[in-house]
Unconditional design. Sequence first.
Length: 257
Amino acid sequence: MPVGINFTKMSPELEQLIQLQHLESAIAEARAHITAHPQRIAEADARLAEADRVVQEASQRLKDAQKARGDSEKDAAIYQGRLTKFKDQLAAVKTNREYTAMQHEIETAQKELGAAEEKVLERMMEIDQLTADLKQAEAAKAAEKKTVDADKAALAAEFAADEKKLAEKTAGRTALVASLEPRLMALFEQVAKVRKGVALSMATRDGLCSICHVRLRPQVFQLVRQNDSVVQCDSCQRILYWVPPPAPTPPPVTIGK
Ligand SMILES: [Zn+2]
């Protein structure tokens, strides 16, 4: 509904009903915002919790890789020890057969040591990558925290403004209702109840109800344009009012003609 309607030539009854509709709509809007507030806070918190979960997972993957590296280093140390022992024993062998067998053992131990050292290298590279991932996740979390803090501050300010608006509009409504004829109030409430809180509708210039878009009968449209009685839309039952088109502005004065 347009704000700042020119009420001249409009009946006081219609003026009051239009004002009541403004107040009712503003109250409903403020209430809806207030009701949605906890959910919006929860959504902001959930974004931060998700960023934190990513950090925890990255941190756990890094810890796992560090442990795996430690295990591979232990394996390498064991194979190294075995190799050293075999090399010492090689000096003490007495027969060719023993010598060949020992050389075979040494070869196997060397292969095992090489594989374990390879694994240590792989783990080190993996740890570099996981360290970078963790750093990135922590940076993303810090950025998300900033956004969430700002959003929550804005939400708190909005909530306070909505509560203030609700109190003001409710007081305005109470005062208006006290001066409104009970039959008008009853009509307003009856229509508002079945029309999602919107009991008034403007008639368009071409004679339609602006909300249900049904064409008004000519005599109804004629009555509505007089703006001095309560007329309802035949289709949606909303109370109709008329906003006269602005008076044509006079052409600009031309000087020096
Ligand atoms: Zn209608």
